[in-house]
Design a protein around this ligand. Structure first.
Ligand code: PLP
Length: 397
């Protein structure tokens, strides 16, 4: 069967391929410590699970509006108004099965072929994939170690052209754990206003910030109208498998986004949305505790990595990822790239990580090698995994 041409432009999330490889090795009896998966290892808090179970018993098992249940949209509007210090109305909220469709729908609804979209690289691979899919032009903005895994605003300014339609931001950032500082958000906002650019702010890790409060670009004066916020329940409430996320748009755009929902998924599971209402309205202790545990683990993993010869790692500021520089380790081992290191660690070391190229091809002039480790895994596994890495990296003849 002949496929449509556009399907050849669609990328993927390499992490799922590595996961399949890890699972295959595990099923063959191999003992692997995995730092590959990007989801909290905690179970969904009991009160949320109970609300979901009760919702099924109460027959919340039918279709609901494409934009989401009014009661949930209302709670999300209250939550975002409070946390971002802006006024959000329920009809500016669209609920989707996970946060990911918000990326898909926003790019479909707002970007024309030929428009330029600036996106973080390394970054969540779905941005680049979808930009290419619709024949727009994907323009990478490097997320660099020298800037603490934030954005160089001067460089950003230099790649803006009259065709730039959107800038995608992701803070806290997957895969580096970097956070964009308030002063940089302000400078980016100024550029967006000056050049009439839409900001797509992926804030899926907003609930996992280690020092101080989470800052959103939407909170800056005159930015709400030109910003799309993506957030959700997957990471903050450990609800990845429930599939629920949302976007905040101005109301005209929200109607188009909801219509894309009508044309694709119809709606988000109704009982999942009832559980999400409980997530927002119920006690926040579990979610807060989870973020505290991630912070503690971040120190454990960074200190462990920095103790490996040829590896250096910055402390992350949020999310649950670290992105150590492994250039020297690769050189010591005679590896050309982090892909070789990743394969070596998986097959010889019994440790699963993701290589740099799972998050986009290297930027022009980028020389260093990196891998991503998710520390959404227990302390015992972190200690064991790091010890295996140290042995594999330092011990090879
Ligand atoms: N955005 C980023 C940066 C992510 O890392 C992820 C998930 O890994 C998502 C969006 C999608 O989240 P969800 O599972 O809610 O679709």
């Amino acid at each position: 069967m002949q496929t449509a041409k556009r399907i050849e432009n669609l990328g993927t999330e390499n992490a799922f391929k590595v996961l399949a490889e890890v699972n295959k090795l595990k099923s063959q009896g191999k003992d692997i410590v995995s730092f590959a998966i990007g989801e909290p290892d905690f179970n969904t808090p009991e009160n949320i699970k109970e609300a979901g179970i009760k919702a099924i018993r109460d027959n919340y098992t039918h279709y609901n509006p494409s934009a989401g249940l009014p009661a949930l949209r209302e709670e999300i509007a209250i939550h975002i108004s409070k946390t971002r210090k802006i006024k959000v109305d329920p009809d500016e909220v669209v609920v989707t099965p996970g946060g990911k469709p918000i990326i898909f729908f926003s790019i479909f609804a707002l970007i024309n072929p030929g428009d330029e979209v600036i996106y973080p690289n390394p970054g969540f691979p779905i941005y680049e994939s979808l930009i290419n899919f619709i024949d727009a032009v994907a323009v990478p903005i490097p997320i660099i170690e020298e800037k603490n895994f934030s954005i160089d605003v001067n460089y950003l300014e230099s790649i803006i052209t009259p065709k730039t339609k959107m800038i995608i931001l992701n803070s806290p950032h997957n895969p580096t754990g970097g956070v964009i500082e308030q002063k940089d958000l302000e400078a980016i906002a100024e550029l967006a206003i000056k050049h009439n650019i839409i900001i797509f702010s992926d804030e899926i890790y907003s609930g996992i910030v280690y020092d101080g409060e989470f800052n959103s670009i939407a909170s800056i004066k005159d930015m709400k109208e030109r910003t799309i916020i993506l957030d959700g329940f997957s990471k903050t409430y450990s609800m990845t498998g429930w599939r629920i996320g949302y976007g905040i748009f101005n109301r005209d755009i929200a109607a188009h986004i909801a219509n894309l929902g009508t044309n694709s998924v119809s709606c988000t599971a109704t009982f999942t949305q009832i559980a999400a209402i409980e997530a927002l309205k119920g006690p926040q202790d579990d979610s807060i505790k989870m973020a505290e545990v991630f912070k503690k683990r971040s120190k454990l993993i960074v200190d462990g990595l920095n103790d490996i010869k040829g590896v250096s790692c910055l402390y992350p500021k949020g999310a649950f990822y670290v992105f150590p520089n492994v250039s020297q380790a690769c050189r010591n081992l005679g590896f050309e790239s982090s892909v070789e290191l990743q394969q070596y660690l998986l097959h010889e070391g019994g440790v699963a990580v993701l290589p740099r190229n799972s998050f986009g091809v290297k930027n022009k002039g980028e020389k260093d090698e990196y891998i991503r480790l998710s520390y959404a895994t227990g302390e015992k596994d972190i200690i064991e995994g790091i010890s295996r890495m140290k042995k594999a990296i330092e011990g090879k003849k």
